[in-house]
Design a protein around this ligand. Sequence first.
Ligand SMILES: *Cc1c(COP(=O)(O)O)cnc(C)c1O
Length: 385
Amino acid sequence: MKDHKNMKFATKAIHAGLEPDSATGAIMTPIYQTSTYVQEEIGNHKGYAYSRTLNPTRDALEKNLAAIENGNFGACFGSGLAAIDCVIKMLNPGDEVISTNDLYGGSYRIFKTIFEKYGIKFHFVPMDDVSHIHTKVNSNTKLIWVETPTNPMMNIIDIEAVAKISKSNNILLAVDNTFATPYLQTPLDLGADIVMHSATKYLGGHSDVVMGALVCNNEKIAKEIYRIQNSSGAVCGPQDSFLVLRGIKTLHLRVQRHCENGEKVARMLAKHPKVDKVYWPGFESHPNHEIAKKQMRGFGGMISFSLIGNKMEDAHALVKKVQLFSLAESLGGVESLIGHPATMTHASIPKEEREKNGIVDSLIRLSVGVEDAEDLIADLENALN
Ligand SMILES: *Cc1c(COP(=O)(O)O)cnc(C)c1O
């Protein structure tokens, strides 16, 4: 095995955890599309007994992903939510979780509608001011759940500051790193215990797979994750593992371009007379810009903005008019996407609640892709005008 500890990001993305196939020399990790493995005699196998427990294609991906997150252990799942499900299953009835309030809708749904009935209590607090966490910490608190940047308001939470609280109170800290990707942010380096991904987004990067992942450093936590992964069985298949492994090889190149295009689009929007507010952490005027600069290596291609007059019809007209930005849920693929949180991802949240968090009727969210920035800007300008 190549030693990846001293490799830089791009080298790790392409090499870590990967060896030419021992049987054929194939440079690409084969898709081991198999459920089981022949044993020479009882108890004597080549390390693989059944693919729910261990599959060589998934195993290569888990090692590669752990390396790029600067972690020691990776575990991949059938979706981001299956990865979240695994983390919460580490808890017991009576335990409490403190979570970011400005949270991915599906995470909120699994917390409230699945795990609350098993006796786990969730508190949702705004974490851009970490002092809000202190008010909810008690002896039952076992997990802090952070998502940063948040969706769709692009708030930035200071991971190091939250880690101070979690460590001094002996609480696990998990960070959903889907928006930032390990190229821009490595939460384990900032004191997190577990990193979670929807690999469906930037890691896969081509809008062709649904997958989730967890990475950690601590062997005891890893054992627990693998036990739940194998016992609950929400694993991803070998074909999807191959696709994400391939996606990660260009993650650094794609995210560099997402950042460049994101900045150009954000700056155009900020100057446009029909645009009211633009939410992008790269702006010096962004309330958490200093924290973003401290913990991220770039500001990404996710942008939200509202329109002057704040009319729902204007937002609907805009998303209809654009041609290169496709109207769709999800994010992080090479192609640009546009969404309207108030009627799409955040429709289930009551209007007043939504607006308290800044999700007004005219708010539009962009996942800026890696097309030519000039074309993207022309498309948006044409639609706005
Ligand atoms: C998409 C997403 C998830 C859920 O992941 P799935 O792969 O869709 O299950 C969780 N967190 C964030 C931030 C996401 O964008």
